[in-house]
Design a protein around this ligand. Sequence first.
Ligand code: AMP
Length: 368
Amino acid sequence: MSLSPGAVIGIIGGGQLGRMSAMAAARLGLGAHIFAPEPGPATQVTAIYTLADYTDHTALRRFAAQVDVITFEFENIPADSLALLESLKPVRPSAKILSISQDRLAEKQFLAAAGIPLAPWKAILHAQDLEGATLPAVLKTTRLGYDGKGQTLLRLPEDCAPAYAALEPKPLVLEGFVDFAAEISVMVARGLDGTIVTYDPVENRHKNHILDLTLAPAPLPLPLLAEATDIARTIAEKLELVGLLGVEMFVTAEGRLLVNEIAPRPHNSGHWTMDACLVSQFEMHIRAVAGLPLPPATRHADAVMKNLVGPEDMALWPAILATPGLIPHHYGKTEARPGRKMGHFNRLFPKGGLPGEFGIADAIRIEG
Ligand code: AMP
């Protein structure tokens, strides 16, 4: 079933990803009904929203009755709430996919079974499971981790016990430390009819564990990028995805690809597509969940995306607006707390014109 103009997509989650998805839906004549615990970036751009807790089954039922299909921009939705929604309306991507991506262990088990290359990993169910571990390694919670939260680098055997005690919730997962040369990601979408489209792989650079820059396309050898695209396609196929999925990967010093994690929703590392592609990741997401055709993810420009995080970056907002060539995106958040993603800007370059390493600082220079 494909949705016609006037139909309504229910979006669970009220952050910037919901905001930009709702704006993309509006361009296609589709409504968006946001379900979130409190007003936020997404409710500012939608006429209809439900403010309730993700565990409020009465509110979830009422919400489901008012929409044609349900998707999400926030992953930590309780399993029983998802099961309820799936019993009432199509949920895309499926609750099964969400349950895999919510849990690092389930995700690793799934990816390993699908033959996807991963860093060495081990489930840590008890403190003793860390005995004799190969270090350095990264100990992570299986649930609720984001932007580097919920993980600790273990360098020495004596780091293990305190890290195990401190990380919550349990169980945990131990990953071999990857001395990566680069971090890349691929956005892949799969439609109701099985059509798969992929955006060009991009390189992501982090600051304080938060995405800082995305370089599109990733300045890496083409065969490696083709392999990354194949991996993303395989994951979308094996998951029987209907929707959009971000696949984060490490490129090792030897040029091997290892998948770090997947996110079945629009992704911060796909924000460059808003200005450098014919169809943005948000439009592709909406098209996929609405059962509409998926056009090729054609990129018409090279791009650098710069995240605007916390009060320091937002102090630059007037100067960003005054700098020719920067394409600003504000998320409408009123309070700029440290570490909070407030917006981003894209800067475009002719295809093939992405600056090299020494040109990147210039590329994102803000005047004034
Ligand atoms: P994650 O929450 O798994 O996306 O991790 C956040 C960031 O921590 C990644 O983007 C990497 O920069 C770093 N990181 C995570 N896992 C590893 C690992 N196994 N080895 C090295 N760095 C890692």
